[in-house]
Write a protein that binds this ligand. Structure first.
Ligand code: ADP
Length: 224
């Protein structure tokens, strides 16, 4: 079933969302002030229109209120981003995702009713920093200020041990929720306690940052 989306602002971020949604077969209305941006997406999105999203009349004419999920990806113009978001909430759009430029912008967007505020540069920066600090942290997803999900690569210290042997939950307070097995490229979600870990397997671990950090320092040491 096709779902309807609108992407407002077709810069690097909005453009990439628009491209991906379209490639996944979704119905996307692409909106930008700039003619060249709109031309670029004419053959990619289902509809691409030149419009100023801060103009309420225009949003109404485009039928944005009937679109299930609107993504506001207006770049540097924070005022336009806020105004557009406010109008979308007033129009009663069901789900609004907005890209924030900074923490103040994010605070305001949350206050005026954005359902999801994303901060791609900051979030990607954090993920890369975690990856730089430890070669074994392949990916890091922040769940809250002090909880995360991480992907770590099992080294020799864990190899040949079962989840019972390691007893990560009792010893470190975090949980291994899935194992991507290196030898057969299978992903084992909610692994059994008797599941054996092998070097090179990727473990998906959830927990408090301090617990994950202890687990990582003691068990996921670099050994390549
Ligand atoms: P990024 O950092 O994602 O590359 P940009 O600042 O390059 O962001 O892109 C933001 C896009 O938003 C630009 O293409 C710009 O024309 C568009 N834009 C800015 N203001 C409006 C507006 N009021 N209505 C529609 N599009 C807008």
């Amino acid at each position: 079933m096709k779902r309807e989306f609108a992407v407002i602002g077709l810069g690097r971020f909005g453009g990439s969302i628009c491209r991906e949604l379209s490639e996944e077969g979704m119905e996307v209305l692409a909106i930008d002030l700039a003619e060249d941006k709109v031309n670029e997406f004419k053959n990619i999105a289902s509809h691409a229109v030149i419009a100023d999203a801060t103009d309420e009349k225009v949003l109404k004419e485009l039928g944005v209120r009937n679109i299930e999920h609107v993504i506001v990806a207006i770049g540097d113009n924070i005022q336009a981003s806020i105004l557009t978001t406010l109008m979308l909430t007033e129009l009663g759009v069901k789900k609004i995702t907005v890209k924030a430029q900074n923490d103040y912008h994010e605070k305001i967007l949350n206050k005026i009713g954005a359902d999801q505020v994303v901060h791609p540069e900051r979030d990607m920066g954090k993920r890369i920093a975690h990856n730089i600090i430890s070669n074994n942290i392949l990916d890091h997803l922040e769940l809250s200020d002090d909880h995360s999900i991480v992907e770590v690569k099992a080294g020799t210290k864990m190899s040949g041990k079962t989840l019972v042997d390691l007893d990560v939950r009792a010893n470190y307070g975090c949980n291994i929720v899935a194992i991507k097995q290196e030898h057969n490229k299978q992903i084992n979600v909610s692994p059994m306690a008797t599941e054996m870990i092998n070097k090179g397997d990727i473990l998906i671990v959830i927990g408090a940052d301090k617990d994950i950090s202890r687990f990582e320092k003691q068990l996921v040491v670099d050994d390549d």
